[in-house]
Design a protein around this ligand. Structure first.
Ligand code: PBG
Length: 324
């Protein structure tokens, strides 16, 4: 059937008609909101490069968590800023560490909200790398032990899901066996399986105070031009026991999101990272684009590519906009 008997515009003529044939949904319950928790009381410190995002103390985190729950979001992803950093990142698995205390408060005050914890040493090490340094580079196997301890301490403190973001080989298996050995057989692992060495993490490193002091993360995070390798990374993590896999960043890697969903059919998260967030905010504050429309279009494209879960700093505003 061709024009003029066939007209594509028939199904675009009104908002109601467009909604009727919409192929992709974007709902608040697909969105996870990342939060940065820090020591102190009543701290609420805006991150310069991420307008509307804050480092906050535990009392304010609890308030945020309540509002996340009221908005119907899927949950939160927690990053901790420890009081002190050292070579081994020991604050990461301290029973009285910032994440462990935050989890206790959250599980007491907002018990039903899903809390996912980031498992990685970079916020806790004095050098800012994601593991233990030996001979000028991150030592994979030494780091596994720390990551397993960290994940276990999160589970003990009440984490609903642990999310390793370090990109060490074998970490999913190491974490799975540490959890299982201590009876946490029901704690899922969301693995940052295909995480690229990306320039788009820039603003996050200010938010989490985790920029590496020397070198970069290219010996452990993936090389951006690669795609087959992302499939291998995901299949390996699935074999090791990952329950949910992740592609990160999201928007510059939608081909990877699409491909991983097609090839694995596994629950898939995509991380709409700090730089993706800040780009839209910077353009919007200059009046160069419409904030709301740009955000919903960007998040919708991540869904359309195949992500089941979207981790995004836009989660709260998107939920508000979607509710209207
Ligand atoms: C920690 C970690 C990073 C992000 C999430 N977990 C930073 C990095 O790898 O340098 C980035 C998140 C973002 O940019 O929003 N390893």
């Amino acid at each position: 059937m061709y024009f003029p008997s066939y007209r594509m515009r028939r199904l675009r003529q009104s908002p109601q008609m467009r909604r009727l044939v919409r192929e992709t949904d974007l709902l608040p319950d697909r969105l996870v909101y990342p939060l940065f928790v820090t020591h102190g009381n009543d701290v609420y410190k805006e991150v310069g490069s991420m307008p509307g995002c804050y480092q906050m103390s535990i009392n304010n985190l609890v308030k945020e968590a309540r509002s996340v729950q009221d908005l119907g979001l899927a949950g939160i992803l927690l990053f901790g800023i420890p009081a002190e950093k050292d070579e081994a990142g020991s604050g990461a698995y301290d029973e009285e560490g910032i994440i462990q205390m935050a989890l206790a408060a959250l599980k007491e005050k907002v018990p039903e909200l899903i809390v996912i914890t980031d498992v990685c040493l970079c916020e806790y090490t004095s050098h800012g790398h994601c593991g233990i340094i030996r001979d000028g580079d991150v030592d994979n196997d030494l780091t596994l032990e720390m990551l397993a301890k960290m994940a276990l301490s999160h589970a003990e403190a009440g984490a609903d899901i642990v999310a390793p973001s370090d990109m060490m080989d074998g970490r999913v298996a190491a974490i799975r066996s540490a959890l299982d050995n201590e009876g946490f057989t029901n704690t899922p692992i969301m693995s940052y399986a295909a995480k690229y060495a990306s320039a788009f993490y820039g603003p996050f490193r200010e938010a989490a105070e985790s920029a590496p002091e020397f070198g970069d993360r290219r010996t452990y995070q993936m090389d951006p031009p690669n795609s087959d390798e992302a499939v291998r990374e995901c299949l390996l993590d699935i074999d090791e026991g990952a329950d949910i896999i992740m592609v990160k960043p999201a928007l510059p890697y939608l081909d990877i999101v699409y491909r991983i969903k097609q090839e694995t059919k596994f629950p898939l998260a995509a991380y709409n990272v700090s730089g993706e967030f800040s780009m839209i905010k910077a353009a919007a504050s200059n009046g160069w684009l419409d904030d709301k429309q740009a955000v919903l279009e960007a998040l919708g494209s991540i869904r359309r590519a195949g992500a089941d879960i979207i981790i995004t700093y836009h989660a709260k505003e998107a939920a508000e906009w979607l509710g209207k």
